[in-house]
Design a protein around this ligand. Structure first.
Ligand SMILES: [Zn+2]
Length: 173
């Protein structure tokens, strides 16, 4: 199976440049402080592809931060192929098929599909690209307090079972 995107994204650099063009139409933008001017590309031999440094907050960043690509070891051109395959296939693509085409493990394919689906149910690559960042807001932030569980809903399997309050006069501290 030969697709246009196979030819377009043969290298990781090319794939990063494509995503950067989509995410940063006005040039590299620091995802932490929003700086666009005092930003430089890092080109050291040990530097990971697509790494920039913000000279305002002094932190490095890549286009993956705060997107579905964040903290994953999946190659960027595999992510892009997956996004285009979802758009090209008539039926919902299954993890085993995606794994076979991308030559990744079924587990990795499952991870890719789960992340894309968490960001959007759209199958049009352009719409998926628009939703790349919305994935982050759906993620649980460790520093954010969990929302109170709505009354009547089932507790999550990991949640400790709340013990009933003791009978009699009891004042909650
Ligand atoms: Zn910054």
């Amino acid at each position: 199976m030969q697709l246009d995107c196979d030819l377009r994204f043969q290298s990781e650099e090319e794939a990063y440049r494509y995503v950067e063009g989509c995410m940063w139409p006005d040039g590299p933008t620091c995802p932490r402080c929003g700086e666009v001017k005092r930003v430089g590309r890092l080109n050291g031999s040990s530097t990971r592809i697509g790494t920039y440094k913000c000279y305002r907050c002094r932190k490095p960043f890549t286009v993956k931060i705060s997107t579905i690509f964040e903290a994953s070891h999946v190659l960027m051109h595999d992510w892009l192929k997956a996004i285009f395959l979802i758009g090209l296939s008539r039926r919902a693509i299954e993890a085993k098929d995606l794994g076979r085409i991308l030559e990744v493990s079924p587990r990795t394919a499952d991870f890719i599909l789960a992340r894309i689906r968490r960001a959007t149910t759209a199958r049009d690559p352009a719409q998926i690209f628009e939703s790349l960042s919305s994935f982050k807001s759906a993620e649980k932030s460790p520093w954010r307090k969990p929302r109170p569980t709505p009354a009547g809903s089932a507790p999550s399997p990991q949640a400790p079972v709340a013990s009933p309050p003791p009978r009699g006069d009891y004042e909650a501290s």
